[in-house]
Structures are given as C-alpha cells and as structure tokens.
Design a protein around this ligand. Structure first.
Ligand code: NAP
Ligand code: HSE
Length: 428
C-alpha cells in the first residue's frame, strides 16, 4: 500500500488563534488525510516565551528561534498567527523567498505591506492565503477573489469588528458600561493585543483596506482609510438613537465611484429594521454589491479562538491540496488598476447631531439658520427638556457633503448660543 504523504508545517504564535489552530489540527488529524490525501504535521511552534505552558502543545515543539524553522527544508507551510508588523513581515518575506507557502490572519501586515508580500509570493509561485484576516470565520476573501470575480463590484459594507460589535450590543441591550464590555471582549479572546485597534476603528479599517483592494482590483492601504471608533459613543447617544428607531453599529463602507474609491469606518445609526441591526455580539456581516451578482450578504462569527482557527484551517487545507497538485501561487495580487482614494470631505452622509444650547428665544432658529446656510437640511429635530437654562437638541440631517456639514459645525462652535457639541454620528 502507498504511504500517505506528510506535509510539514510550522506555527508562528500560540496565542488565542494559534492555540485554536493547533487544537483543530489535532482534532481533524484523520479527517485531513481524507480531505486532502496527505497528513498535516505541525513540527514546530514559534513563541516568545518557551517556558510558558501551552495547553495541548508538546513542549518539545516550542521554539523561540525563527532560523530553526526557516532552515528546516521539510517545513512547507508557515502559519503566521503572531500579529503585528515586525517581525512578522520579515519572517513571511523570508519564508516566501525560501519557497514556503504562507497562511496568515495578520490584517495589520496585509493592509500596509500587501503589495510587497504579494510580489514576494508571485516571484516564487507561492501561496499567500489570508481568509482569517477579515471577519473571522466568515468566508469573504475567497468569495471576493474567486466566486464574485465575474461581477464588477461597486460596494462592500458591513460590521467587520467583533469586539466593538460585542461592546455596542452589551451597552445597548444590557446597559453595560463601556469599560466592562471591553474587558469582557478581551477575556473572550475577541480583542487585539492592543484593543485600541478595535475601539478606534483601526482593525476594521485594515480589514476594509484589504477588501477594497480585492473588490476594486486597486491597492488601498490602511493609511488611506478614514477611521473613527466607538470610544466617544455614550449611553445617551444609544438611548436617543433608540427613540428615533435606530441602533448604533461600527460600520466599514467602501464604494467605487466615478471620482475614485470611498473607504471609511465610523459608528453609524442604522434603522432597527435593517438586517445589520440584528447582527449582535461578536458576529460580523458583510454586504457586497456588484453589477452582475447584485446583492450578496455574508454573516458569521467575526472573532474568537475557534471561529478564527476554522478560517485559518480552511486556508491550510487549500494549500495542502495545492502542494499535492503542484498548483501553488495560482491566485496573485489582483491589483491591476491604480484608482484614486477620495478624501472623506468629498463623500456625503446623513448626520445625527446632539448639542447643548442656551434655552432662549431664537436659539433653534440660529442653529437651523447656520445649518441651512451651509446646505445642511434638517430631516428631524427634537428638543429635550431644559435644565439650568440649557436645552438639548437632537437633530437628524438629510444627506449632505461632509465638507459642508463640517463648515456648519465650525461656525456653530463659534456661536455664544452653543454650549457643547455632545455627539456627531453618521446615519444610514
Ligand atoms: P495573541 O493571543 O496575542 O497571540 C500571539 C502569539 O504570538 C503568542 O503566542 C505570542 O507568543 C506569539 N508572538 C508574538 N510576537 C512574537 C514574536 N516576536 N516572536 C515569537 N512569537 C511571538 O494573538 P491572537 O489573538 O491569537 O491573534 C493572532 C493574529 O490573528 C493577529 O494577527 C490577529 O490580528 C489575528 N486575528 C485574531 C482574531 C481573534 O479573534 N483573536 C481574529 C482574526 C484574526 P507568547 O505567547 O510567548 O507571548
Ligand atoms: N479583534 C478583532 C475583532 C479580531 O474584534 O474583530 C478579529 O479580526
């Protein structure tokens, strides 16, 4: 009987996702042989601290030497789950130059250094797979690169950060405090090593840069994405949004327009009847629109140990099949266009504006006058009961160019009638 081929791999990182991936590789041992025709053996696991106990991972597999892995010619697949830019960038480039296949979940890296990594992969005809880098367990990279390649895609929009979706769900449904909800998300393994990346929208921005690059075949990097997080959202914003029939979500939106690519991440009020309103906890959802495919929606667990490990394992299985069929590196970078990215000021939105004003005759007229003079039309306005001579106004505007809205805000800030701008959130 012919012996089953063994494909050797190394895991870089044994944290939340790396630990999950190792468990999955053990659990699927026999299944993988049936699925691919080869056995997967993870020979080495790179960590910072070799002496820390890792559940389920034999101590002798742990190493803190990258050179030991790089120089092991048996190792064909590198599964990078360390995160961050360096040393991950150097290790992946060295692995590709050495002709090893790479699977990664590292969105930080792909959103800033995607071009050079794809160039390195193409040069050696290697696989560089990254399904888990965007939206955890949800298959979205493969659909964008392959299944939907027959359509001219014009919009990708959705909830692509599990941590912030978990926090907003807990704040709005259980009245949980922001800090407590963030601590819970961290404990559950959803948050990044530095959760600032989650709450300030950087993580979602990185994922959006990756999706925009694939969807529009034009490289978009993270610094080109406008990002605004959820750290300033208050319980009051959530309560007023509810009164208007909305829920607040952190959304990533990228569109292909005649003037270039729009790409932005920010909190948004969405109608409580919208399908995205029911995407709760660590779930993510991505809408895609294209000329031929029309609308498509993808939903699932966006973060966490096993959901993310599942996406990584899907890539590993694909790479194993490619190795066996000698077909690695068949899908390259795909960024064959060079489209401009629009400045956020040139895009348009509706706005929710919560302000404190002097409770005196003509105050509302002054405010609405400034808005009107700057092309900002009011769709709804509510005045809350005043306290100590200060009234709270909650305004929802019609769609307006962001530049005009910001001009109006600048003028309002200089007026004596305005005491405070308490919240500005875009509205779907
Ligand atoms: P994590 O829990 O912080 O684990 C990181 C692991 O990498 C640790 O085992 C750490 O070693 C190791 N490591 C870090 N820097 C290293 C270095 N310089 N040399 C050797 N080992 C190093 O991170 P994670 O949550 O698993 O995330 C891993 C990657 O997956 C990141 O790119 C993240 O953005 C991405 N991702 C995470 C999720 C999620 O839900 N958590 C979802 C999708 C994508 P020590 O244990 O010795 O410190
Ligand atoms: N920190 C990320 C999130 C992990 O919360 O969505 C998944 O990419």
């Amino acid at each position: 009987m012919e012996e089953t081929k063994v494909i050797h791999a190394a895991l870089l990182g044994a944290g939340t996702v790396g630990g999950g991936l190792y468990k999955l590789a053990e659990a699927l041992k026999e299944e993988l042989v049936k699925k691919t025709g080869a056995q997967l053996v993870i020979d080495k696991v790179l960590v910072r601290d070799k002496n820390k106990k890792r559940e389920g991972i034999p101590r002798e597999k742990l190493t803190d030497s990258w050179q030991e892995i790089l120089n092991d010619s048996q190792i064909e697949i590198i599964i990078e789950l360390m995160g961050g830019i360096e040393p991950a960038l150097t290790y992946i480039k060295e692995a590709l130059h050495a002709g090893k296949q790479v699977v990664t979940a590292n969105k930080d890296l792909l959103a800033e250094h995607g071009a050079e990594l794809f160039a390195a992969a193409e040069e050696r005809g290697c696989d560089l797979q990254f399904e888990a880098a965007v939206a955890g367990a949800i298959p979205i990279i493969r659909p964008l690169r392959q299944s939907l390649a027959g359509s001219c895609l014009t919009e990708v929009m959705g909830i692509v950060n599990g941590t912030t979706n978990y926090i907003l769900t807990k704040m709005s449904e259980e009245g949980m405090d922001y800090k407590e909800a963030l601590d819970m998300a961290t404990k559950l393994g959803y948050a990044e090593a530095d959760p600032t990346a989650d709450v300030e929208g950087y993580d979602a921005g990185r994922k959006l840069a990756i999706m925009a690059s694939i969807a529009f075949n034009s490289r978009v990097t993270f610094p080109q994405v406008y990002t605004e997080g959820i750290s300033k959202i208050t319980a009051k914003d959530i309560q007023y949004a509810k009164e208007f029939g909305y829920v607040i979500k952190l959304l990533g939106i990228t569109r292909l327009t005649e003037e270039g690519i729009e790409v932005k991440v920010h909190p948004m009020l969405i109608p409580d009847t919208h399908p995205l309103a029911s995407v709760r906890d660590s779930f993510n959802a991505v809408f895609v629109h294209g000329d031929a495919c029309d609308d498509a929606m993808f939903m699932g667990r966006g973060a966490g140990e096993m959901p993310t490990a599942s996406a990584v394992m899907g890539d590993v299985i694909d790479v194993m099949r490619n190795i066996l069929k000698n077909s690695c590196g068949k899908i390259g970078c795909g960024c064959y266009k060079s489209l401009p990215v629009k400045n956020i000021q040139e895009t348009s939105s509706r706005f929710f504006l919560r302000i404190q004003v002097s409770d005196r005759p003509g105050a509302l007229a002054n405010i609405s006058g400034v808005l009107g003079n700057n092309n900002v039309s009011i769709e709804q306005v509510v005045q809350k009961k005043s306290h100590d001579g200060v009234a709270e106004l909650v305004i929802i505007t019609d769609r307006v160019k962001e530049l005009y809205f910001n001009d109006a805000i600048k003028i309002l800030k200089g007026m004596s009638v305005l005491k405070e701008i308490s919240g500005i959130i875009r509205v779907y």
